[in-house]
Design a protein around this ligand. Structure first.
Ligand code: JHZ
Length: 390
């Protein structure tokens, strides 16, 4: 890869590692910088954190914590069965706590999940789960045990894997000749337009454009046949892929490639502008939080997200500016946020009308949260698409 660096987000911790006080001293940090690969147009980190540092038996993120995501996967699963294939043989890569597979038949659905705690959970639910990383060896092992797959599905996982060629070769290996590989991840177009630089953290080595994906898939004899724009996770793309010799392209592919070309996402200058805006966003956020502090307002954060780890560490926001974070995930409660060590408590303990302002760490669920917190008399604060009180 011929990468050119365009953004430096500074010293960062493992975004999903929530700590007890006695773990602060030995916390791991790395430098988070992002580059543009001139060969493929891929936006990718300059250096990658080793996967087992992030994905292990203590992994804390649960995909099923939001109704939005539970509904999202239930709706897609129904759509697939009603419109594409009623009873496919399915493999999910990165099954987390089973939020997607629970919509599918236990006998014909298989999963890969490297975080042992969650692999155990989905095995207990009755879905055969391989507790290992996705690569050609895993693919061959599942092929031998279960045969070819009609649907390989993956949500918020492909952008987590540094070696995309190896990943796609392993998919090519297990996909039935007429099978579909469908995956969804945050979109570069949305990140640039929303200035949501917090989509970048250790677990997201890449932020995908359709352009870059098409380049990398094509050299592995796979082709994008359809692109759907999704609202989830701050704007994602659902990419439908087939083996190149079976591919029949929908107009949505060219539409998205044209949109990205018109935005200049295939050029470094647009990403340099984005980096400038990220810097402005940091200053604006620090200004507003400092003003609120000087006015003696009670400011907290809503949702101990990976995304907010990037923001808090890049902007150096600690307990002097944000008193605590509330989060519904049991694994995060009672711990401290990565890097800046802000305490995390339950919403029952910490979210009430004594709070003047709540920063939306989970801004991607703003609609769900505002709906749930109708009685909140304070203000929400967000940084997307620009820093403002809602
Ligand atoms: P959420 C994770 O990112 C990590 P994060 C990962 N790398 C990825 O790609 C994306 O997910 C998909 C809490 N919450 O989904 C639950 C409330 O407290 O934005 C979660 O901890 N109250 C795999 O961490 C967090 O917020 C609520 O009402 O950035 C949301 O995390 C709701 C709705 C959520 O992902």
């Amino acid at each position: 890869m011929d990468k050119i660096k365009f953004l430096d987000l500074g010293r960062q911790p493992i975004a999903n590692r929530f700590l007890n006080e006695d773990e602060f001293e030995n916390e791991f940090f790395y430098n988070l910088s992002v580059g543009f690969d001139q060969d493929t147009g891929l936006v990718t980190q300059m250096d990658y954190v080793d996967a087992p540092m992030m994905f292990n038996d203590e992994y804390a993120y649960r995909g099923s914590m939001s109704k939005t995501m539970r509904d999202h996967f239930a709706k897609f699963s129904k759509y697939f069965k009603d419109n594409i294939q009623r009873s496919p043989k399915v493999l999910e890569i990165g099954s987390n706590d089973g939020v997607f597979i629970k919509n599918w038949n236990k006998k014909t659905t298989f999963a890969v999940e490297p975080c042992g705690n969650f692999a155990q959970e989905t095995n207990d639910m009755g879905y055969e789960t391989y507790a290992q990383f996705w690569d050609i060896d895993t693919s061959s092992e599942i092929l031998e045990d279960q045969g070819k797959m009609d649907l390989v599905f993956s949500a918020n996982c492909m952008c987590h894997i540094p070696d995309l060629d190896g990943t796609f070769k392993a998919i090519q290996n297990i996909l039935a000749d007429d099978g579909l590989f469908i995956f969804e991840d945050p979109s570069l177009e949305r990140m640039v337009n929303l200035n949501s630089y917090d989509q970048i953290y250790d677990e997201h080595p890449h932020v995908f454009s359709v352009t870059a994906l098409q380049n990398i898939l094509n050299r592995n004899n796979l082709s994008v046949v359809k692109v759907e724009k999704l609202e989830v996770h701050g704007g994602s793309n659902r990419i439908y892929v087939k083996k190149t010799n079976k591919a029949n392209e929908d107009t949505s592919v060219e539409d998205n490639l044209t949109l990205e070309r018109n935005m200049g996402l295939d050029k470094l200058s647009v990403l340099d502008d984005f980096a400038e805006k990220v810097h402005t966003s940091k200053n604006d956020l620090l200004n507003i939080l400092t003003r609120l502090k000087n006015e003696n307002k009670k400011v907290i954060s809503y949702g101990a997200t990976s995304k907010s780890a990037t923001i808090f560490n890049y902007c150096q926001i600690g307990v002097d500016l944000i008193q605590y974070i509330t989060d519904t995930t049991p694994e995060k409660q009672g711990k401290h946020s990565p890097g800046m060590h802000i305490p995390i408590i339950t919403p029952e303990e910490g979210f009430d009308n004594s709070v003047d302002c709540a920063f939306l760490g989970a801004w991607n669920f703003a609609k769900e949260i505002k709906n749930k917190e109708k009685d909140f008399t304070g203000k929400f604060l967000t940084h997307v698409p620009r820093v403002r009180l809602l």
